[in-house]
Design a binder for this molecule. Structure first.
Ligand code: 3PG
Length: 302
């Protein structure tokens, strides 16, 4: 097949595709005009989260048979249009779960111990141990919103830190809840109970702005919010307001409504908010797993 790889892919995965006889074009950071130019000859297209496979892009794909998302969230692919045209949409749902879970733990620990602010302080010549006294995760309650693969991996790690874990999902699997030794709660109860809330839900119409002004008001005063899922799950302006008022002690965000976020983005300028550039799935191991899975999907596609 003519395979267009838009946001980069593991080197060995590209070699496997070539060895199997596929004609591979790699175009990292592809501009929309180039994508539109290449679509008519393309039979399979591979993306991460940056390239948007919108309706107009799909409609240009006269020979397009397969769209592969090297990663989890397929909210950047117009799956309904693809399906209506008989084009398959696939992703690699398990490849980066551990990477995202570890990243979530890193952000939670960084919030608890003020790592990013303390680091900046020492580099600016200060030595202020008192200002950065932290808190332990031990004995605190973590609210996990979304108990899929990533939410379950986060829960496991949080239990190893002796946190109490409460979880919400639209459909909750009680076997998973019991195996993880955690508790299932309705969303509002989870928000009222948690010292940390972490989001692991997909972006669909029902989850858009799930964390809004009203739900932030339900949270414990001084709780922390971590978003490594999708920017649109939270009302960013409302979260910024909650941080400024002290309702939230802080937040850590990996994902934004628009990426990259503008410099005047409501969360980027707040010192209590850790802002990182969508790094959850970005590990060598995760990208290798995702790449090899993409290669397998394309090679087995009939
Ligand atoms: C995903 O949905 O897999 C993650 O958000 C990672 O996205 P990325 O592949 O663009 O890093």
């Amino acid at each position: 097949m003519n395979v267009l790889i838009c946001d980069g892919l593991d080197k060995e995965a590209i070699e496997q595709l070539q060895a199997a006889g596929h004609a591979v074009t790699v175009h990292r950071g592809i501009p929309k005009e180039t994508l539109m130019e290449l679509m008519p000859t393309c039979e399979a297209v591979v993306v991460r989260s940056a390239t948007k496979i919108t309706k107009d892009v799909i409609e240009r794909g006269a020979r397009l048979k397969l769209i592969v998302r090297a990663g989890v969230g397929i909210d950047n692919v117009d799956a309904a249009t693809a399906e209506a045209r008989g084009i398959a949409v696939r992703n690699t749902p398990a490849a980066t779960s551990i990477s995202v879970a570890e990243h979530t733990m890193a952000l939670m620990l960084a919030l608890a111990r003020h790592v990013t602010r303390a680091n900046a302080s020492v580099k600016s010549g200060e030595w202020n141990r008192k200002a950065f006294e932290g808190t332990e995760l031990y004995g605190k309650t973590l609210g996990v919103m979304g108990l899929g693969r990533i939410g379950a991996e986060v829960s496991k790690r949080a239990r190893a830190f002796h946190m109490n874990v409460v979880a919400f999902d639209h459909i909750i699997n009680m076997e998973v809840v019991n195996a993880l030794d955690i508790e299932a709660l309705e969303l509002d109860a989870l928000l009222q109970r948690s010292d940390y809330v972490t989001l692991h839900l997909p972006l669909v119409p029902e989850t858009r702005h799930l964390i809004n002004r009203e739900r932030l008001a339900l949270m414990k005063r001084g709780a922390y919010l971590i978003n490594t899922a999708r920017g649109e799950l939270i009302d960013e302006a409302a979260v910024a307001e909650a941080v400024r008022s002290g309702q939230l002690a802080g937040a850590a965000v990996d994902v934004y409504c628009g990426e990259p976020p503008a410099q005047d983005h409501p969360l980027v300028g707040l010192p209590q908010v850790i802002t990182v550039p969508h790094l959850g799935g970005s590990t060598g191991e995760g990208q290798r797993r995702a790449g090899l899975e993409v290669a397998r999907i394309i090679c087995e596609f009939r």
